[in-house]
Design a protein around this ligand. Structure first.
Ligand code: AMP
Length: 449
């Protein structure tokens, strides 16, 4: 299939050609004709699949073909969960609007409010925004949405997870008229609140699920390494930064303090490094991301702040220095590499604290991963064997009285200690005290965690 098959307006088609796009990606093949036919959509697609153009192209087509419903109100509103993502969509949108009569503006939280009021007074056709700030302007009457033709919610699951449901409802209500079309994109359609929202906001939507977030990204090689502790992780990281042929690297850590510490360490080693920590203000974050996307540094260290959507085409390697807390973040993190057809490497370190997260990722992706080993850097940690369910089931079914009785039965206690030892290979045996099963289980969790 070619873009020419969509029957796009000739001006839009020449923009698409000028930008060098010939074949639509899978999500574009499905979403563009459905959106052009006027359907509401709920669509999922894996990261880096060309989702942004899947909504920008039908939006441009609609504006070119149809008369505006109102002279002053924005015609298309694109909502994104984070400022970085909104900036990125805006950049792609500008490629299309800059040669047209349509004005596009970007309204982000954390930036000057009064400047934004002036921007909105210019009656833009497109607004790309984060929901919180946009809802503030709406409440203060700086613009109206009665003439809105197309509402696009990108990364809807993330917006809802970030607590924007109130603002999204407010925006929806302000633009609630018969002619409005709504396109909703979400990393996963398997999300209760997304489905609830889809029911409330969309009219007879077409559902498009292209290789959901659960699907393996074929262009990304995933490697996993067991680690004993922080020093071991650092040694492995240093090893890979010396031995891997990389263009640009993103390293994901669990906390901001890890981000800062690692950045200091790698900078001291003379590596071109920058850290995106949450303590920076928006201007500083923008500057860092701009610099990194222009290739000013080789290595970006960050928490999950940068895990979604950012289109950094030169990132050849992603490191999970720590496994993510939220399982689906794994997919978003590794999706920062292998963008638009290029290949990438995702290297993950799995220590005792990462074990649960690692198992959750295996479950989420419905795959079992083997561990690779670096010569001279083999871990002693061998993973944590699952608990024997027998004891746990029994424990649940015990009444309080039985529990009490069990505590004074040495035979049972020995059995339970064995269960705990099996779980962690950690010093649970040290505890000679007589504990009920549930307490032993909790202890072993804490110690292995
Ligand atoms: P996205 O998933 O929207 O973040 O897009 C990921 C990357 O794919 C961006 O760099 C786009 O410019 C690129 N892209 C989008 N559509 C196409 C296409 N049809 N052909 C080639 N590259 C594309």
């Amino acid at each position: 299939m070619q873009f020419t098959d969509f029957g796009l307006d000739s001006r839009l088609m020449s923009m698409v050609e000028h930008l060098g796009f010939t074949e639509p990606t899978e999500i574009q093949q499905h979403a563009i004709p459905a959106a052009m036919a006027g359907h509401d959509l709920i669509a999922s697609s894996k990261t880096g699949s060309g989702k942004t153009l899947a909504f920008i192209i039908p939006a441009m087509e609609r504006l070119i073909r149809n008369r505006a419903l109102s002279k002053r109100d924005p015609r298309v509103l694109i909502l994104m969960p984070t400022r970085e993502l909104a900036k990125q969509v805006f950049t792609q949108l500008r490629l299309f609007t800059s040669g047209s009569q349509f004005k596009a503006v970007l309204i982000l939280g954390g930036e000057n409010f009064n400047d934004q009021v002036k921007t909105l007074e210019k009656d833009p056709h497109f607004i790309v925004a984060t929901p919180g700030r946009l809802a503030d302007h709406l409440s203060q009457g700086h613009f109206y949405l009665k003439g809105l033709e197309l509402l696009i919610l990108d990364e809807a699951d993330r917006m809802l997870d970030l607590g924007f449901s109130k603002q999204l409802k407010q925006i929806n209500d302000a633009a609630d008229h018969r002619k409005r079309q709504t396109l909703m994109f979400s990393a996963t359609l398997d999300h209760a609140q997304v489905n609830e929202f889809a029911l409330a906001l969309l009219k007879k939507p077409k559902r498009i699920a292209i290789g959901s977030a659960h699907t393996e990204h074929k262009d990304i090689t995933k490697r996993f390494y067991l680690c004993d502790n922080l020093d071991h992780k650092q040694d492995l990281l240093e090893h890979f930064l010396k031995t891997e042929k990389y263009q640009q690297v993103i390293i994901f850590t669990a906390t901001r303090s890890d981000t800062d510490r690692l950045s200091k360490l790698l900078t001291e080693q003379g590596l071109s490094t920058v850290a995106l920590s949450g303590e920076l203000n928006q201007g500083q974050r923008n500057q860092i991301m701009d610099g990194f996307s222009k290739g000013q540094q080789k290595i970006l260290i960050t928490t999950d702040l940068a895990s979604r959507g950012l289109d950094l085409v030169n990132v050849s390697h992603v490191f999970n220095f720590d496994m993510p807390k939220h399982t689906e973040e794994f997919v978003h993190r590794i999706g920062r590499t292998g963008r638009a057809g290029s290949t990438g490497d995702a290297i993950s370190f799995v220590g005792p604290k990462d074990w649960i997260s690692f198992k959750n990722v295996e479950g989420f992706l419905q795959q079992t991963f083997n561990f690779d080993v670096v010569d001279g850097l083999k871990a002693e940690f061998k993973g944590i064997k699952p608990k024997k369910p027998k004891g746990a089931v029994k424990a649940k079914s015990l009444s309080k009285a039985n529990d009490k009785a069990k505590r004074v039965q040495p035979k049972k206690v020995v059995k339970r200690v064995f269960v705990a030892q099996d779980v962690g290979e950690l010093p649970v045996l040290r505890k000679k005290s007589v504990l009920p099963v549930s307490e032993i289980d909790n202890n072993s969790e804490t110690e292995t965690d």
